[in-house]
Design a protein around this ligand. Structure first.
Ligand code: C5P
Length: 236
């Protein structure tokens, strides 16, 4: 198969079928724009399994997305889209870059979810941008930006209770969207502990990439815990 793109955590291949891509999740862990990097055996499987379960849940809830089906422990088939160069972050609780930027203590609840946009550009370090910047950069039209915001909040409305029922607090997460050939917007990329902050409901233990970013323990144990709570399949 033709390798179309290799990112930090995934490889994307063209398949024989028009309009379909195969995504293969890698065992690489990276943080701080690639400055911190290591291989973690089993990470690719965990993110693929978790992302499949979440995208299936979203589909069930009426939120269309690129997932066609899981192919193997580390691979999934997705619909072809052209990724919009924006990272759409939704925050329910202050953490990470927001805590740092605004000087608010991590863990502070946010009364109404906040949506932020980051411009996907490694050389610039994915800067936080405003809707005016999005327009100036031609990254999306104002109408598309509005749609991204609405869709991101809908995802939040589905995922908060989905995780809460499994004793997990959804602190924040990042989404990416793509354009189909007909111009419609489709939720794409991945939703996993690499792209969400997930804290235990009782203890606030972290089950996400902060375990790796902050050297808090075993990433695979944390991600296995999430897969288990989501009712995911055991490793064969
Ligand atoms: O670092 P920050 O606090 O801005 O991250 C907010 C959320 O977006 C976190 O859940 C983080 O894992 C996710 N994120 C991501 N990819 C990035 C930046 C942030 O998945 N490039």
């Amino acid at each position: 198969m033709e390798l179309l793109y290799e990112g930090k955590a995934k490889r994307i291949y063209r398949t024989e079928r028009e309009g379909e891509f195969l995504v293969s999740y890698k065992d690489s862990a990276t943080a701080f724009n690639g400055e911190k990097k290591t291989e973690i055996t089993g990470k690719g499987r965990l993110n693929n399994e978790i992302s499949v379960l979440i995208f299936e849940k979203l589909k069930e809830a009426g939120i269309a997305n690129h997932l066609i089906r899981k192919v193997s422990e580390t691979e999934q088939l997705v619909e072809e889209v052209t990724i919009i160069p924006l990272e759409v972050v939704v925050r329910n609780t202050v953490a990470g870059s927001m805590a740092k930027r605004l000087g608010i203590k991590e863990g502070t609840p946010i009364p109404e979810p906040i949506v932020e946009f980051y411009y996907k550009d490694d050389a610039l370090g994915d800067p936080l941008i405003t809707e005016s910047h999005i327009k100036l950069l031609n990254a999306a039209t104002p109408e598309q930006t509005e749609e991204l915001k609405t869709k991101a909040l809908k995802v939040n409305d589905v995922l908060i209770p989905y995780f809460a029922e499994r004793n997990v607090r959804l602190i924040d997460f990042k989404l990416e969207f793509g354009l189909r050939k007909d111009g419609t917007i489709l939720l794409a990329d991945e939703i996993s502990p690499d792209t969400c902050r997930l804290w235990d409901k009782e203890t606030n233990e972290k089950f996400d990439k902060d375990v790796f970013r902050r050297d808090l323990g075993s990433l695979t144990e944390a991600y296995e815990e999430i897969l288990k709570r989501l009712g995911g399949p055991a490793h064969v």
